[in-house]
Design a protein around this ligand. Sequence first.
Ligand code: HEC
Length: 443
Amino acid sequence: MAHKKVLSTLLIAVVFPVLANAQEAESHPTYANEVSRIIQDNCQICHQPGNIGPMSFTSYEEVRPWAPLIQLRVANREMPPYHYDTDTGIQQLKNDWRMSQEDIDTVVAWVNAGSPLGNPENLPQPKIFPDMDDWRFADELGQPDHTIKSTAWDVPAEGQDLWWKPVVESGIDESRCIKAVETRPSAAAIGSTHHANSHFKVLNDDGEWVNGDRLSEFAIGKLGEKVPEGACRRIPANSMVEFEVHYFPDGNAVPNDQVTVGIWYFDEEDEFDEEESYPQDLGAYFLSGGTDYMVPPHGTLMTQGFRSWDHPVRIDSWQPHMHLRGVAMKMELLNPRTGRTEVLSQASNWTSAWNHSHTYEEGYQPLIPAGATLILTAWYDNTENNPMNPDPDQWVGSGQRTTDEMSHAWVAVSHLDQEQYEQLLAERKERDNNNVASHGGAR
Ligand code: HEC
C-alpha cells in the first residue's frame, strides 16, 4: 500500500501548484472577461470616434496605453463625469452615471495586475450606440411637437473653450403642459458640444425681458427629461429662449452649427388630468451667496442661501450651477418642526467642466413641508490647487462672465397642497413598511 501514499503525495506536489496558478489567473480581472464590459457600459458612449471623449476606447489596443490614467480617473470618480456624492444625501437618481464601487475595484485590480487581455474568445460583441442624428425619445414618443433652434454659429477646429449664448424666439404661442423635453446637438458637432443648457426669458410687469424657468439641459450620453408623474410643467407662451452652449473645439470645424430643443406636449389621448396635477416649475432657482461676495486671490470662500415656501413642495431635481472657482455645493433641508437638518444632495467634487441636473427617482424626491427651509451651501477655491482656475491673482465677484463667479441651483419644484403632501407621505410610509416586511425587518 505504500506506493499509493507516494502516488498521492506526488499528486499533491504536482497538481497543487497547477491549481494555485489557475486560481491566481482567475483572481485578477482581465480585459476580455470584465473590463471590456465595464468600458462598454460606462465609457464608450463618449470615448468612440467622433464623440467628445479625447480618445477612443473601443478595443483592447486602444484602451491598454491609457490604463494607468483610466485607473486614476475611475478610482477618483472623475470619469465617467458625474459629480454627486455616494455617501450622503438621496442616492436614488435617474440617469445616474456613477459606477458601482465593485466595478471601480475591478478596473483598479485589472490595472494593478498589468492590464492583461485574458482570453480574447471571451470578448463581448461590440456595443451598438443610438443614432446621434435622431431624437433619443423618438422610439417611444415619436417626433417632437415643437422644436427651437439656436442661432447658427461657426465652431472653429481649434482653440479654447467657447460659450455661445444666443437668444431666440420660442415660437410657443400657447402655454401647455409638457410631457418631455430633449436637447440635441448637430451630429457634425457632437464631438465638440460639451453641454447645452437653455432657459426661458419672459416679460416682467415693467416690460423687461428677465430670466424665467429652465427649459432643458444637455450633456452627451444623456437622455432628455420626462416630466415626473402627476406634474404639469407649463411652458410660457410668447417667450424667448436663451441657450448656453459650451463648445470644446475637437479638430473639426463645423460651420453654421445649431443646437435643437424638442418638446413633446401632453395631448387628449394621454391620460393626464391637468386639474389634478401638481404645477411644476423649474425656476425655483436660489442663490447661495446672493451677489455680494468676493473670493480673495489665492483664497477660498463659503456662502449660503435659503429658500422656503408657504405650502408643501416636492423637489424633483437639483442642478448646481457655478463658474470656474466653484468646487462644491450642498442642498440641505432644515425642518422647523424637528429642528433637524438633513442633507438632500451634495457634490463635493463639483467641476465647471460638467453640468448635470440630478433627477430624483420617482418616490424618492424630497418632500418639503410648508415653512421648512432649504439651505444651499457653495464653496469656492481661488487657489492654484483648483485646476479650472484661470488666474488665482484675481479678486472674483459674482457676475455673468465666465471668469466671474455664480452660485445658484436650479431645482424643479412641484407645488402641493396639504392633502397631496400627506398622500405622498403616506404612500412612501407604506412602501417602506412593505420593504421592511419583505426583508424580514432588517433595514
Ligand atoms: C459623458 C462623456 C464621457 C464619459 C461617459 C466618459 N468620459 Fe472620459 N472623458 C470625456 C471628456 C470630454 C474628456 C476630456 C475632458 C476632461 O478630461 O474632462 C475625457 C477624458 C478622459 C481621460 C483623460 C483624462 C486626462 O487627464 O487626460 C480618461 C483617462 C478618461 N476620460 C477615461 C474614461 C473612462 C475610463 C470612462 C468610463 C469608465 C470615461 N472616461 C467615461 C468624456 C467622457
